[in-house]
Design a protein around this ligand. Structure first.
Ligand SMILES: [Zn+2]
Ligand SMILES: [Zn+2]
Ligand SMILES: [Zn+2]
Ligand SMILES: [Zn+2]
Length: 326
């Protein structure tokens, strides 16, 4: 259980019968944790940092470190009271909790996964203070994954756990968000993707089979698409049924014979207007089967607005034209 100091004073008073829970003030501590005797329940009280709220994450991660690393059990204290430990023991435990907090808030496998470059990026992604981020970026630069099997297993396990976080890509242009390690360009608007979560879903595409062919003809609605993957045109209206990258030839510099842009032609998802691998237009987009994203975005936003109106409480009266003072 976690309480901030002010909260704790009133909530914990009936139990602790003190105005200074866990002696935070008396010891001039930022945070303290105690274990309720005979249980696995821990109570942490911390002083909120009003100037730098980011500091709180570190404070709490540090306290969590003491719990997770078993400091309360090995040392048989109900709390990390300095009295029961030598200064040297205390310093070791403190150092352990500090290292835990850094690893917990700024895990190296994740920083590697998203290819961090600066301490500012660490600050914004991990919500830590400048000082912590500056220390971490140096550790990050010096970090080398070694041959230790256990270490390697842990490293990959953390990356797996954060897979969706690491591979979240979003487009600042159209707001589309996807999880992919391979996509470079936004399949909706063709811009370069950036790391992070998106806020728009363009679900106006068509369901495709594993060969990239529409399951139902997007133009005439014909549902009888042949089994043979070579049958790529609708037999009713003649529409090309495969959504793929239109850049299927090597683009060559006529003077030097050098390849400027190699052939791609990859099959793409049913809502892709642009190839996520090379940024070229897709067949569905060229053929007008998919509308430009700007149009769809407008429609989606209008829909959202309608939903907001639906959510208005019953007693909310819309101003009718009759009420207008002119
Ligand atoms: Zn500590
Ligand atoms: Zn986009
Ligand atoms: Zn058709
Ligand atoms: Zn392509």
């Amino acid at each position: 259980m976690v309480f901030d100091y002010e909260e704790a004073k009133s909530i914990l008073y009936p139990i602790l019968k003190t105005d200074d829970p866990l002696n935070i003030k008396k010891r001039n501590a930022l945070a303290r944790t105690m274990r309720i005797r005979g249980t696995n329940i821990f109570v942490t009280v911390y002083r909120k940092n009003k100037l730098f709220p980011r500091r709180d994450y570190y404070t709490l991660a540090h306290e969590l470190g003491h719990i997770v690393l078993g400091h309360f059990f090995e040392f048989k204290n109900t709390s990390l009271f300095r009295g029961g430990l030598s200064d040297k023991e205390y310093a070791v435990l403190e150092r352990e909790a500090e290292v835990f907090a850094a690893e917990f808030l700024m895990p190296i496998p994740v920083l590697k996964g998203i290819n961090i470059k600066t301490h500012e990026e660490i600050m914004s992604i991990c919500k830590v203070t400048k000082t912590s981020a500056q220390i971490r970026i140096e550790e990050f630069k010096n970090f080398k994954i070694n041959q230790d099997k256990q270490m390697y297993a842990l490293y990959t396990q953390v990356q797996k756990q954060f897979h969706n976080f690491i591979y979240s890509r979003h487009c600042v242009n159209c707001g589309y968000g996807i999880i992919s390690s391979e996509y470079i360009y936004c399949p909706i608007c063709g811009q370069k993707l950036q790391w992070g979560d998106g806020n728009m879903i363009y679900n106006d595409g068509y369901e495709l089979d594993k060969n990239g062919r529409a399951v139902i003809c997007p133009v005439c609605g014909n549902e009888e698409i042949g089994e043979d993957p070579d049958e790529q045109y609708c037999i009713i209206c003649g529409t090309y049924l495969v959504n793929k990258c239109t850049h299927d030839y090597d683009e060559i510099n006529n003077f030097t014979g050098e390849i400027i842009k190699p052939a791609c032609g990859k099959i793409v998802p049913g809502n892709a207007r642009y190839c996520p691998y090379c940024g070229s237009e897709t067949t569905f987009f060229k053929d007008g089967i998919l509308k430009p994203w700007q149009e769809v975005k407008k429609q989606l936003e209008a829909l959202e607005f309608d939903e907001e109106l639906d959510e208005l409480p019953d007693d909310y009266e819309m101003v009718s034209e009759d009420d207008l003072p002119f």
